[in-house]
Write a protein that binds this ligand. Sequence first.
Ligand SMILES: [Zn+2]
Length: 487
Amino acid sequence: MYESKLCFVGLSLFLVGLCSGDEPAKDFSSSQQTALAEVERLSDDIKTVNQRLWELAEVGLQETKSSSLLIQRLSAARFDVTTDMSGMPTAFVATYGEGKPIIGILAEYDALPGMSQRVSPQREAEVDGKPGHACGHSGLGAGALGAALAVKAAMEQHNLPGTIRLYGTPAEETVIGKVYMTLDDHFDDLDICLHWHPSSRNEAWASSSKALVSAKFTFDGTAAHASVSPEAGRSALDAVELMNVGANFMREHLKEDARIHYVIVDGGGAPNVVPPTATVWYFARADSHKDVEYNFKWLKDIAAGAAKMTRTELSIQIDTDCHEIIPNGPLAELITRNLQRIGAPTFSEDEKLFARRLQAPLIEQFGTEFPLAIDESIHSTTVSSQPSKGSTDVGDISWRVPTGGLRTTCMVAQSPGHSWQNVAAIGSTIGEKGIIYASKTLAVSALELFAEPKLLAAAQADWKQRTEGKKYFSFIPDGQKPPKQIR
Ligand SMILES: [Zn+2]
């Protein structure tokens, strides 16, 4: 669930040319040089982990083999691993070191249903109907793992005090994992949390995101023969339809950044039976959780009205409630600086040709213009950038601790999110280069935070200022466990 923006800085091109390659630049500290060398040493295995997660392509809350693979690598590196967190068997936390500071890095590894795709420039499923990594989370998990292992190697070799944690956070696509882990306070003792996402650009993740409530509205009516005795029936589907009409009229009066979308997951069984039950699944989003609260309460009133109109009973299941990201200025600056110091990967003519072939169907269908095949530059983003149109459960963590992130080029330029093109790209050498770049940037940034108490303090002060007066409210009932499966 990622989104990127346009904000180009010409200087980056110069730095790209200057710094790319495997040689650590001279101004890295000795522990950072150890971490960079460790990512290089582990790069084949990081690529293997991406490849394996890509092949497994397990959807949220069912990422059993994917989480086991990451845990296996972490245990082998002598991290202490706790599994089965917050009622989710595929959630885990892996810890190395002790005491403060405590730096967390986030891993995701869930795939998207129906998105199976070969590393091919045509739409071509590996297995029809199977999930695929259309958001690149195979790479996200592998890159985060590489970073944690590299930080650990540097801590060990240079006797650095402090703790590094890798969090295995399931079901990002339905914004569930981190929300429930946050509600259980699993991130509260972190000094800083770091995250990344595969993208079509290299940049610090300096923007916010949309808050989102996901809920299912179920109406209970009375079944009857639809032709012989309709007077003895009460249609739950009528209630769903009336609710949707109400929601669609409500749209006109919402702020422009609000997004409301729904699918009917149960609309009855047959036309000759008055549907006794019906369920509609809604996402309500906005740039601020406060607006989501307002809009969602309105939506609940509309649902209650629909129930009243149809003489049916309403029940509401809140699946999740995720908050917008609180951006962090000092962390965005640190990450931008490290993206530049390390230098972005460059891509071969073959990789660019492959990218052009992935773009071709988009030109044909939508007339999109693609000035670039692959974006090799480093963009400079600031916290004043426009919020993203997507949502991520990273947001909830950022309400508890200062959180900073980045994106690296793993996909072709301007590639649409959740597309088959992204499955192909993250499974290719294009994705691999971006993953390794992300591992290095995360590791070097984490080590800088370990070494510079002033930097930690600045990030924390920025967070305090941005969260002042904000109240974390969740529609999730107290003590509710995450859903076992989402649909
Ligand atoms: Zn994603």
